[in-house]
Ligand binder design. Structure first.
Ligand code: ATP
Length: 340
């Protein structure tokens, strides 16, 4: 495993189009990457809700083993009507996240707002969400289930190792940007996990003295996301808060058709996974109506991570120039390619 460019090899990418609009938008993302003159070695995998409905397959261990030798996974969207809830989410997406140790979820946002002179300014910021622990680790259970005395517990798992590696990644990212990092938590109420996060944040921060830090409670951060997102550059937060905040971030920065995400293993000891935030949108599938920008931007994140920042930046700028356009899936992709 290596960063693209360091050994001159074409990056190996496993492509999972998935369901609904997934295959359409991923195909457009690959078209843009090719137009940006980046050569990938791709292998397509037929997985997703449709495959589960056809033969019960979700994510075989053999496929997971094959993927360990890839540099990246480029995923469209998975989920289809008729598949029971949780089957694909737990069996494919979460399994990938845990088995491939994709411990960083990185989501970039771009907002526009008028400045004091009334000129529209754009501002970009990034949320780094811990992706393998917290309340999503599956700790908990039922007692006396189905009786009037039933109890359900859902613990939040926060390991020093897991919290620290995520925070370390966030500091390094902040250093490569504007040297500003905000921790978002709820330390006043979640006094155990919040304490661990806060101590880790300051201890790792001691080795990054040039990074200015801030702290927001998650409820305050929700207000700032809407009213004053310009205060942020890089945000680091736990799994649950990150899940909610990033959806809010998507809503204040252009909507579901533009939101890209990366699930990263920053040690490069296995592939990282790149996907648009939106789902399979069965209501518009197969009609050339889906906005491909989120998938194209996810492709740009993939190129950046694979060590090709220059084409990644060109694709991003081309998407920015087209983010207000309307049109069919293929028209929008053509417009992005024309801007490259
Ligand atoms: P999931 O549970 O997989 O997230 P969902 O139905 O809750 O599925 P989406 O599939 O993201 O969420 O769809 C939500 C709405 O947004 C739908 O009306 C869909 O048509 C629309 N939508 C989602 N992605 C896009 C896109 N890329 N372009 C245009 N509309 C989209």
């Amino acid at each position: 495993m290596s960063e693209h460019g360091s050994d001159g090899q074409r990056p190996r990418v496993a492509v999972v189009g998935g369901d609904g609009i997934g295959p359409e938008v991923v195909a457009e993302g690959l078209r843009v990457i090719a137009a940006a003159d980046v050569e990938l070695e791709t292998e397509h995998y037929d997985l997703g809700g449709h495959r589960y409905l056809a033969d019960g397959t979700v994510l075989p261990d053999s496929v997971l083993e094959e993927w360990r030798d890839f540099d990246a996974i480029y995923l469209g969207a998975v989920g289809a009507p008729g598949v029971p809830p949780g089957v694909i989410e737990r069996g494919l997406l979460l399994k990938m996240r845990f088995e491939l140790d994709l411990f960083v979820n990185r989501r970039p946002f771009k907002v526009t707002a008028p400045d004091d002179q009334g000129t529209t300014q754009s501002h970009d910021f990034v949320v780094i969400r811990e992706n393998t622990e917290g309340t999503y680790a599956g700790e908990g259970g039922f007692l006396r289930k189905g009786t009037p005395h039933e109890i359900a517990t859902q613990g939040s798992v926060n390991t020093r190792f897991g919290v620290e590696r995520c925070i370390r990644y966030a500091y390094e990212l902040a250093e490569s940007r504007r040297n500003h990092l905000t921790l978002v938590h709820k330390t006043n109420v979640l006094t155990f996990s919040g304490d661990l996060w806060e101590r880790s944040f300051h201890e790792v921060g001691a080795t990054h003295p040039e990074v200015e830090t801030a702290y927001n409670h998650v409820d305050a951060a929700c207000i700032y996301f809407v009213q004053d997102p310009q205060r942020y550059d890089v945000i680091v937060t736990d799994n649950l808060f990150g899940d909610i905040l990033t959806d809010l971030g998507g809503a204040v920065s252009g909507g579901i058709g533009l939101a890209a995400s990366a699930n990263l293993n920053p040690s490069y000891s296995g592939p990282s996974m790149f996907e648009p935030v939106h789902g399979s949108a069965p209501d518009i599938a197969g009609q050339n109506k889906a906005n491909p920008i989120a998938a194209i931007l996810s492709g740009a994140l993939m190129l950046e991570f694979l060590g090709a920042p220059e084409p990644a930046r060109r694709i991003e700028q081309a998407c920015d120039a087209c983010s207000d356009l309307e049109g069919s899936t293929s028209d929008l992709t053509d417009a992005v390619i024309a801007k490259l």
